[in-house]
Write a protein that binds this ligand. Structure first.
Ligand code: KIV
Length: 271
């Protein structure tokens, strides 16, 4: 008799209650089915199909070139692999900063075609009407403040944001506006730890930090970075849990040598 284990899906309500109960939230990016399966089995709470796919999957310098169709493709692969985790997908650059109608249409397409459970949008008060419209349609939204990579051409650098008082104040009021609009969480990227803690303590909804210190309600990393697959990317906040680049190189070198020497396949590896 086979016993099917019932897996309870993490929802946006689970994420909210985790903050209320003081349980930290784990989030990693994922872009494909196999990685999603492994991260899901490991118990990661949220799989973020980040537009960082533009960087680590496609090799672009910024996240700007990735399209809605690209994001739908990646997200549907991740959604098929995730049985427990909440699947959160980025809306890519250019699809939600214009009219509310355009933002709404992009959000609906993403939800209909990708299997995502929620969407992440970068920005604060500038896009608040668009966020409200999406949430009003029943689509959960996660905000993203601080270093928002889709605005890299405005910032000019990938450096730490909100170090000055003016930008810190704007970030605080953006966070409150996102909460007021109905967002279920906010990602805060590359801001001073003290500011991140202050914002976290001021909100009912959880904050998920990346380079924002230990005072956030959860942490997110780009999976290729934490696995050591992006070999030259070493920001201060990054902890590497393995050296995947070296592991893959070693395995591929061994495979090539086995093929050249005739050692692969052996008798037990053929029909
Ligand atoms: O696209 C992404 O991977 C992200 C994380 C850096 C939070 O937005």
């Amino acid at each position: 008799m086979s016993v099917n284990k019932i897996i309870k899906r993490i929802t946006t309500n689970t994420i909210l209650s985790m903050k209320a109960q003081g349980e930290k939230i784990s989030m990693l990016t994922a872009y494909d089915f196999s990685m999603a399966q492994a991260l899901d089995e490991a118990g990661i709470d949220v799989l973020l199909v980040g537009d960082s796919a533009a960087n680590v999957f496609a090799g672009y310098e910024t996240t700007l070139p990735i399209t809605l169709d690209n994001m739908i493709y990646h997200t549907s692969a991740v959604a098929r692999g995730a049985k427990r985790a909440l699947v959160l997908a980025d809306l890519p650059f250019g699809y939600y900063q214009g009219t509310t109608e355009d933002a709404f249409k992009a959000a609906v397409r993403m939800m209909k075609e990708s299997g995502a459970h929620a969407l992440k949008l970068e920005g604060g008060v500038e896009i608040i009407e668009n966020i409200k419209k999406i949430i009003d349609a029943g689509i959960p939204v996660c905000g993203h403040l601080g270093l928002t990579p889709q605005s890299i051409n405005k910032f000019g650098t990938f450096g730490v944001r909100a170090q000055g008082e003016e930008e810190a104040e704007k970030l605080k009021s953006d966070a409150l506006a996102l909460q007021e609009a109905g967002c279920f969480a906010i990602v805060m990227e590359k801001i001073p730890a003290q500011l991140a803690k202050e914002v976290t303590d001021s909100l009912i909804i959880p904050t998920i930090g990346i380079g924002a210190g230990n005072g956030c309600d959860g942490q997110v990393l780009v999976v290729n970075d934490m696995l050591g697959f992006t070999k030259d990317f070493k920001p201060k906040f990054l902890r590497r849990y393995m050296d995947m680049y070296q592991g893959v190189t070693n395995a591929a070198t061994a495979f090539a040598a086995d093929v050249k020497s005739g050692n692969y396949p052996n008798e037990s590896e053929q029909y």
